[in-house]
Design a protein around this ligand. Structure first.
Ligand SMILES: *[C@@H]1O[C@H](CO)[C@@H](O)[C@H](O)[C@H]1NC(C)=O
Ligand SMILES: *[C@@H]1O[C@H](CO)[C@@H](O)[C@H](O)[C@H]1NC(C)=O
Ligand SMILES: *[C@@H]1O[C@H](CO)[C@@H](O)[C@H](O)[C@H]1NC(C)=O
Ligand SMILES: *[C@@H]1O[C@H](CO)[C@@H](O)[C@H](O)[C@H]1NC(C)=O
Ligand SMILES: *[C@@H]1O[C@H](CO)[C@@H](O)[C@H](O)[C@H]1NC(C)=O
Length: 391
């Protein structure tokens, strides 16, 4: 039986053993798998629907969505097998989109990273070493995670995230700026590079900075709120192509458009946020040490990557082999906010911390981490920042 202190010691030992198991052994043997047969998956589907407020217009749609959902359960199980618990994948609000639909609706058409003029690139001036870890999110330089919904507007979220950071870096109060203004009004193109901003069909943060330069300012999110991609939920808008929309580069615009919801009607320059002016923009070379250096020096940076495999990302440091994540096929733009290293039984892994625009419930509270230092998924190939006027 033992006396009290001995029993206490035994108990402590057991608790320690249990903790050890939870921390180190259980990630290795991920026994939990989603059911793959329709009968057991149906209750899961019902629960998932109510969790994510999914309402389908009729039974036909519901049935086809369930088929997609069932297919996705298999996809998630496979991914969890392949990544062996180093990155975990799970159900989220994107589980009723097939991988093809996800690519077509949420991601952008695949594109190569642009090569900018030499003068654009920031010169590295690294003296001494960088801190082991860094994070802008706890320093009031990063606004709340947003949800782009069913629209390829990530590039506008990425550009605005950078501008919000630049504004806060000047000592101004952290402010949500208007992503919808960019989606509605930015029809910029770079004919030499063969690139253009195409609203819900994709675009480039570097062109978005040029749009804000030309427009002369930005409204706040509150004044010009996001309405693309809400999927018919209250407040969804039918966006018209932006002035200057280039059909050759962007493809045909959405056939229906409500002029009272267009840039021409909605943009109100008298509401441009006082003092905010984009003066120029910069690019950062592909060296991930330079990127870390500039992240600290400049603030959160706009980055692009191949995000094909991120649909069901749940947790961990994303580290796919390059044959499944081609770094030359960029299809998503996001915001780099920090970096660090994580020690685990798999060894030490350096990572980037990145803000996504798929809502706060996706991934690690709306963020994800990716392996740092190996050009994973092209994360280091299109790094840019706006330059704001100081007044
Ligand atoms: C922010 O987080 C980093 C890394 O987690 C930490 O080193 C730093 O001290 C934190 N800064 C503040 C202001 O809390
Ligand atoms: C930004 O908008 C979010 C809602 O998306 C809100 O919760 C947050 O308070 C706003 N932040 C600022 C700094 O206004
Ligand atoms: C659209 O892009 C094409 C291809 O780069 C270019 O030749 C054309 O001049 C552009 N059209 C307009 C109206 O700017
Ligand atoms: C166009 O948008 C306006 C303002 O949002 C709305 O009141 C109107 O009903 C819409 N028209 C159509 C045909 O949807
Ligand atoms: C990246 O830049 C750092 C610091 O300037 C340098 O030490 C390192 O060799 C560079 N790495 C590569 C792969 O060029």
């Amino acid at each position: 039986k033992g006396n009290l202190p001995q029993r206490f010691q035994k108990m402590t030992f057991r608790i320690l053993l249990c903790l050890l198991f939870c921390a180190f052994i259980s990630p290795l043997i991920r026994c939990e798998k989603y059911p793959e047969d329709a009968e057991s998956a149906l209750p899961l589907f019902q629960k998932w629907k109510s969790e994510h407020n999914k309402i389908y217009r009729n039974h036909m749609i519901e049935r086809s969505k369930f088929k997609v959902f069932l297919e996705n359960l298999k996809v998630i199980n496979e991914l969890n097998g392949q990544f062996q618990g180093k990155t975990t994948f799970g159900l989220n609000h994107l589980a009723d989109l097939s991988q093809k639909e996800f690519s077509r609706i949420v991601l952008m058409p695949k594109r190569r990273a642009p090569v900018f003029e030499k003068e654009r690139y920031v010169r590295s001036s690294l003296s001494g070493s960088l801190p082991d870890s860094f994070d802008w999110t706890n320093q009031s330089k990063v606004t709340a995670v947003k949800d782009q919904g069913a629209a390829g507007s990530c590039w506008a979220f990425s550009a605005i995230g950078n501008i919000e950071g630049q504004w806060a870096m000047m000592g101004k109060p952290l402010t949500n700026f208007s992503v919808e203004q960019i989606v509605d009004c930015d029809g910029m193109e770079d004919v030499a590079k063969g690139e253009a901003d195409c609203g819900v069909f994709g675009g480039w943060p570097f062109l978005a900075y040029q749009y804000v330069m030309r427009a002369g300012g930005l409204e706040t999110w509150e004044d010009y709120w996001y309405c693309s991609g809400l999927g018919g939920a209250p407040g969804t808008c039918e966006v018209c192509p932006a002035p200057g929309y280039n059909t050759t580069l962007c493809g045909p615009p959405i056939p229906y458009c409500n002029m009272s919801q267009s840039c021409v009607t909605k943009l109100d320059v008298s509401k441009f946020h006082p003092g905010l002016k984009v003066m120029s923009w910069k690019a950062i070379d592909q060296n991930e040490t330079s990127i870390a250096e500039q992240l600290i020096k400049l603030g959160p940076l706009s980055v692009a990557l191949n995000a094909e495999l991120l649909q069901f990302y749940h947790h961990g440091i994303f580290d796919p082999p390059s044959f499944v994540c081609d770094p030359k096929n960029l299809d998503h733009a996001v915001l780099l906010v920090g970096y660090g290293s994580e020690k685990s039984i798999f060894g030490t892994k350096d990572y980037w911390k990145i803000k996504n625009s798929w809502g706060p419930k996706w991934g690690e509270n709306g963020y994800f981490r990716m392996l740092r230092g190996q050009g994973k998924c092209g994360i280091n190939t299109a790094v840019t920042s706006a330059v704001l006027a100081r007044m």
